[in-house]
Structures are given as C-alpha cells and as structure tokens.
Design a protein around this ligand. Structure first.
Ligand SMILES: [Ca+2]
Length: 502
C-alpha cells in the first residue's frame, strides 16, 4: 500500500467486517471441555505493523487470517509504553501504577550515568523493578484449575541481577508456568541467530537462558526454535487444557531478519516505489512472527483443537519508531515506543475463538493489556479467591467478544510513567476517556489535550482552546493517582546542584 492510500485501507477493512452480523453465544466451559488459551505476545510490534492494520510492506497472511476469523480491536492499548510494566500487567490484571512495575527493568534511570541524570529536572520514584513474589499470576490460577501451562520466550520480570539465587525465584517456572523456555531477566536476545550470543554485551552472554539442549537448537533462528517447542507442547498436551504464553523476543532489537527474507524485502524496496515501511531486516522479523503464528495455527487444526482454542494476538507496547522510518513507522500515530503518544501505546490486537467470537468483526472499544487476566479467567472458568479480584484494574472482554457492538462500563484508561526514556518520554500520566486523551507532564505541570477521533495523530493540542475539558481530564488523572497511591517523580537533586553551579 502506498502512503497516499493509507486512509482508504482501514475504513475499507472496517466496513467489510462491520457488515458481519454479531450473534451472542453462550459460553460453555465445563470441566470436560475447557478451552485452550494461546497468547501470541509480540515484543514492540507497532499498531500498523501487520497487513490487516495497514502495513504496505510486511507480509502477514496468518495474522490477517486471525482477524478474518475473529475480532480485530482498533483501539487496543498496552498497559505501558515499554516492556516490563505491560508484562507485569498481563500476568496480574493490575495496572503498572498498582504493581509499581512502572519502567522496564534495567531502566534508563538505572543504566544512565550521573551526567545523563543531571540533565533531568525530575528524579523518578523508587519503583519496584521486579514482579513481586506475593502476586499470583494468571498461570498460577490456571495451573491450579487443571491447565498445563507454558511460557515460551521473553519474560523480563525478575530483579536486575545475574545471580541465579536472586533471579530464579522470579523466573516463569516459579510463577505458575510448568514449562519455561528462555524466559529470564533479559529483555532482548544477544542475537536471533544460533547460539543467540553476541560479543560486547556482557562478554558472550546469550541472554536467552534456560533453552533446550543444543541438538534442539543448533542452527535455528530463535523464533523458529521457540515455535518448534510450542508445536511440540500442543502435540503433547492435546488431550488436556493448556495455556501457552508465546512471548516473542521478536520484533525487539537487535534488528536481524533471516537473510532469505531480508533479500526478498530488499528487492521490493529496490523497485523504487514509495513505502510507509522501509526496513527490510525489520520486515523479515515481522514475517518470521507471522510464519510462526501460521505454524501454531496449523498444528491446532491438524489436531482438531482450533475450534476450542482462544487465540489472543497483541504487542507489549507501540512500535519502535525513531522518526526516520526505522526500524518501523507508526504513521498515522504520533511517535512510538517510549513516548506518551499513541504510537507508544496503541497496539494491534486480534482475538479468535470460533463459535463464540463472530467472524471478521471489529471492536472500537478502548481495551488494555490488563483486561486479559479477568477475560481468561471467565473464559476458562478458572476459580480464584476474592483476593485476586480486589485490586484488579482489568475488566473481562467477554461481553465484547460475544457482541462487538457492546461497550464496557468503564470511564477511562490510564497510563502512568514517572520516568525518562531515551525515545522521548519525560515523566507523565495520561488518560483516555471516550474520544478524549490528556497527558499530564510532570516537568512543567503541563496538560496536553487531544480528540483522538478527529485527530488520531495528536497534532492539535486543544488544552488552551478547551481549558475546562483539560481541567476535567486533569482531575481524572489526579483522582486515579490518589486512588492507587501512584508513585510520582520528585525534584532531582543532581539537576538542582548543576543549576546552582552555573
Ligand atoms: Ca517491548
């Protein structure tokens, strides 16, 4: 698709699938027929990084098929603009401001030196850089309710350490997952190519620990290795209910596609046409995810399991958009991963469950990662004690899955990021309520106000034009912050010292 055609593609898609008639179905989740659940949780995949959501370059027929056979959410959000907080929210059903996992573990405030920090007027709070052990995860609950459970891929919820005694209690196999392949403290592999190492990064640290013996991995592209194991587990567990969190390292850096696919995309780009997406390595990474999704789907079909399997496909934050079109471009959304704007938090999301979710439907309801926890509990019939529900921020999407014209009884969604990120974020809290979005920036107490329906690119800040609306949204942010006792940044003493020395 050429850039000039972009605005035509989404409306055409919506119209096509909105024509599908939605029919409510009753849910049957008795003990003999519990549905399987597979989450395809892609890392850093942007809102327009699939064919069905608008890419003009990336081939994603298998992901597109999920949308044709399920429900596409146009206004789906990640719980945060970066990795670890969203992952903690997926596991707990709580928002980052409640788990206090508000930055990516190994966050920049930790990594950057004093000179970098001295440039920032605010100091982030002392946040919780791990998923604390007192939290029960969705895998805990499903395993207690008769499910086989596997985490395959990126985890990124352990404390910042290389000491096994410190990190291993936080690994997936100690957080409710029976099987853990390559989930550990790292947020990215050393390399996508076997043996997944690279020099210059803690020596030759592979950053993909806990993976199978060499005979099962040698020579394999990382995504293919993990897909092999997901397919194997489905084969093994075909007669039992299972939950697989397929947590791709793709399409996070390092940007490394398989050479054959990179060559294919390079030839297309060399044709001279004007494309929205222009990085052949990244395109090859997206296609690797798509082929993986296709292989898993084919296995479900082969075993006759696909009708009784709920599939969720989504991303943990917006696409990495450096502003020069690489490695991806989130247009028409503003900016990308690590920022307060839609490019940082709006993500692709598709849910497929034949017989329950009407085919080829679209929901425009704003939804967020922490909604999956209560949704999965309802769908699987898993029982949980009341303590698991006291602090839930997510709500079950089941009413929408049965009928896409339904709207949720929820006033607003919030994003709390009291940190700095090198991609551009300064400390902020944001809210979306209906068509409106407001961002409160802590450095100067400024509010920006956007109407997302009229201005999805967030170019017209209406805060001066509509001060009453801006204040109403500010009040919502303050009330939310108070309700969960959210941590906020403080004045940075390093910055003050620097100022006084001048
Ligand atoms: Ca991410």
């Amino acid at each position: 698709m050429k850039l000039s055609n972009f605005y035509w593609v989404l409306p055409k898609f919506f119209l096509t699938f909105l024509l599908a008639i939605s029919i409510p179905f009753s849910i049957i989740a008795d003990n003999n027929d519990k549905p399987n659940v597979i989450i395809f949780f892609v890392d850093d995949l942007g809102w327009v990084d699939t064919g069905v959501t608008g890419s003009d370059l990336y081939n994603t027929p298998n992901i597109d098929r999920l949308a044709k056979e399920g429900m596409l959410f146009t206004d789906a959000y990640s719980s945060s603009t970066i990795c670890s907080p969203t992952r903690a929210s997926l596991m707990t059903g709580m928002a980052p401001e409640r788990t206090r996992v508000t930055d990516w573990i190994d966050g920049h405030w930790v990594n950057q030196g004093e000179a970098w920090r001295a440039e920032r007027p605010l100091q982030p709070p002392v946040w919780t850089a791990k998923l604390e052990l007192h939290h029960h995860t969705i895998a805990d609950l499903l395993s207690e309710n008769g499910y086989r459970t596997a985490h395959i891929g990126k985890w990124h919820l352990t404390p910042r350490s290389n000491d096994p005694e410190i990190v291993e209690p936080y690994y997936p196999h100690n957080r409710g997952f029976e099987v853990n392949i390559s989930g550990n403290q790292w947020g990215a592999p050393g390399s996508y190519f076997w043996d997944y190492r690279r020099s210059g990064l803690d020596g030759l640290e592979s950053r993909v620990a806990n993976f199978p013996p060499e005979k099962e991995t040698k020579g394999l592209y990382l995504t293919n290795m993990k897909t092999n194991h997901v397919v194997r587990l489905i084969q093994e567990w075909q007669n039992e209910p299972f939950f697989i969190n397929f947590s791709y390292y793709q399409v996070h850096t390092p940007i490394q596609g398989r050479p054959d696919m990179v060559h294919y995309y390079q030839q297309i780009l060399d044709s001279g046409e004007d494309f929205l997406h222009t990085d052949p390595e990244y395109a090859a990474m997206v296609e690797a995810v798509d082929r993986s999704v296709g292989r898993v789907h084919a296995k479900l079909e082969e075993l006759g399991l696909d009708d009784n399997t709920l599939i969720i496909f989504t991303s943990d934050n917006g696409g990495l958009d450096r502003g020069d079109g690489t490695p991806t471009n989130n247009y028409p959304l503003r900016e990308g991963k690590g920022t307060a704007y839609e490019g940082g938090i709006r993500v692709p999301m598709i849910v497929r469950w034949p017989g329950v979710i009407p085919e080829g439907t679209v929901s425009e309801e704003p939804v967020i990662t922490h909604d999956f926890f209560p949704t999965i509990l309802e769908i699987t019939g898993a029982e949980a004690s009341s303590e698991h529900f006291v602090n839930l921020d997510g709500v079950s999407l089941m009413p929408i899955l049965e009928n896409p014209s339904v709207t949720l009884d929820r006033e607003a969604l919030y994003w709390h990021y009291p940190h700095y990120h090198t991609q551009g974020a300064t400390p902020y809290t944001a809210v979306r309520a209906g068509d409106w979005k407001a961002i409160h920036f802590y450095e100067d107490d400024r509010i920006e106000l956007y109407n997302l329906v009229e201005d999805i690119s967030e170019v017209n800040d209406l805060s001066n034009e509509m001060p009453e609306k801006a204040e109403e949204m500010r009040s919502m942010i303050e009330a939310r912050r108070d309700a969960v006792d959210a941590q906020i940044p403080i004045t940075n003493p390093l910055y003050q010292d620097k100022f006084e020395q001048k």
